[in-house]
Design a protein around this ligand. Structure first.
Ligand code: BGP
Length: 464
């Protein structure tokens, strides 16, 4: 069967500033939380590897963009580093950063690769974190100024903007589960950070509209369907609450301009609501996006809690559910994540039916593999597993489009194996393999395959 995608479908990959640029302490860049945390606790990073040099995109962006061309990208997402553009978070703009991002954007456009630009991908400037990060409304103001600067500098050429990448992740990592700085475990503070992130998002959308720029504005969310173990009422309730906490907490305000009433009630019941100021609701209503990016890696499976809650412990989302491992599920054993291709279809259909079928695209999908060097033959990573993974997901994307979804693109995570937060280079995802010692890039089999898919705007069943 031929899986042909709509005309002008976007094919490409995604990355982010902190994970690729390197030059963390040079060319006028200020520190972000990752630079700072590494100095404090290098042992929190896989094999003690920092992002300091990452994959040298700052230095090699021109040749890297040539590699994008080689795999027929017509689009690419990266982010602007706030601490590179405005080293102390607010105030002086770094002219070298302006020059760098101008060069990257211009080069992408010259090579006919549409730049998708995200404004915040986990990398809070340290100066802003010292003021409380998104617990502070002052930092929200600083973010609003920063994004205005970006729109004014680059908005004449960038047509696809994203206010945040996976905004729930810094909330989970930094304020609930201790895998991002500042390593706090406190639900109410987490809820405040999440809420202020939505306020910051809405400020960005408001500013974008005011400037009357030609492009579109969206947000990138990691939408993870919460499948219940069974159709039993308690299991269904567990899944519904997970969906509220982990998906709808950002999806509803970003797309519908308001929070789900059930979420407000649930947090109210446990006295975890953030402080709401007058004017917030109007502002959030103005934050409705034009487009949505969807990151999807794995589903979430849940069941009703098996044991009583320890009410002496901190209030956590897990008060409402237990994770559930479905017997016999398909696994990516190299990363420990379930592979469930239909999840991508379920997300798109949910958006079609319950979120006004807004234009959206798959902004990240991918397969992390630890120890990928074991798959190298004749100098090339033979990642047939990744080709199967992408094919499996694309078939479901194709079907959703046939059934009316307005999905307009598919980006893989990622272009060149890159540094990934506390996992550093543990899990490899790229179309190109990165040799850490030499920084050499080499095309994997999946990259070759994807080049064909992009060129043909689809693929044939059975074709490799
Ligand atoms: C996504 C993030 C990316 C990247 C990816 C892989 O959620 O948006 O920034 O980190 O996950 O993550 P990992 O290396 O932990 O498998």
């Amino acid at each position: 069967m031929q899986y042909q995608f709509p005309n002008d479908f976007f094919w490409g990959s995604a990355a982010s500033a902190a994970q690729t640029e390197g030059a963390a302490f040079s060319y006028g860049k200020g520190e972000n939380i990752w630079d700072h945390w590494y100095k404090q606790e290098p042992n929190r990073f896989f094999q003690g590897v920092p992002a300091t040099d990452a994959s040298t995109f700052y230095k090699n962006y021109r040749s890297d963009i040539q590699l994008m061309k080689q795999v027929n990208h017509n689009s690419f997402r990266t982010s602007i580093s706030w601490s590179r553009l405005i080293p102390t978070g607010t105030g002086e703009v770094n002219p070298l950063a302006v020059e760098f991002y101008n060069n990257v954007i211009d080069e992408l456009i010259a090579q006919k690769i549409e730049p998708f630009i995200c404004l915040f991908h986990f990398d809070m400037p340290m100066a802003m974190q010292k003021m409380g990060g998104f617990e502070s409304r002052e930092v929200v103001d600083a973010y609003a100024k920063y994004v205005e600067t970006c729109f004014k500098l680059f908005g004449d050429r960038v047509k696809y903007w994203f206010t945040f990448n996976e905004p729930i992740v810094p909330v989970e990592g930094g304020y609930l589960y201790n895998f991002h700085y500042p390593n706090v475990v406190d639900f109410r503070r987490a809820a405040t950070v999440a809420y202020h992130t939505i306020i910051a998002h809405a400020r960005a959308v408001q500013c974008f509209r005011k400037l009357n720029l030609p492009g579109k504005i969206g947000i990138v969310l990691n939408l993870t369907p919460s499948y219940p173990r069974s159709q039993n009422a308690p299991d269904l309730l567990a899944s519904k609450r997970c969906d509220l906490l982990f998906n709808r907490s950002f999806l509803d305000p970003a797309v519908k301009g308001e929070y789900p009433q059930e979420l407000v009630e649930l947090l109210g019941q446990y006295e975890q609501l953030p402080k709401i100021e007058s004017g917030d609701c109007d502002l959030i209503a103005q934050g409705k996006v034009d487009i949505l990016g969807i990151n999807y890696y794995q589903p979430r499976r849940v069941q009703a809690r098996l044991n009583a809650i320890n009410t002496d412990g901190p209030f956590m989302p897990e008060w409402f559910f237990d994770n559930y491992v479905m017997p016999g599920c398909k696994m990516n054993r190299h990363r420990g994540w379930e592979i469930y291709e239909k999840g991508i279809y379920d997300i798109l259909i949910n958006l079609r039916d319950n979120y006004g079928n807004l234009p959206c695209y798959i902004s990240e999908n991918g397969m992390g593999v630890e120890g990928e060097e074991k798959f190298i033959t004749d100098g090339q990573v033979q990642d047939d597993y990744r080709i199967d993974f992408v094919k499996g997901h694309l078939k479901w994307v194709h079907r959703a489009i046939e059934e009316g979804s307005r999905c307009f693109g598919y980006h893989m995570w990622t272009f060149i194996d890159n540094w990934s937060w506390s996992n550093a280079y543990k899990n490899r995802y790229g179309f190109f393999r990165l040799d850490l010692a030499t920084q050499q890039r080499s095309l994997k089999k999946s990259g070759q395959w994807f080049a064909g898919v992009s060129k043909n705007n689809g693929f044939n069943e059975g074709e490799e």
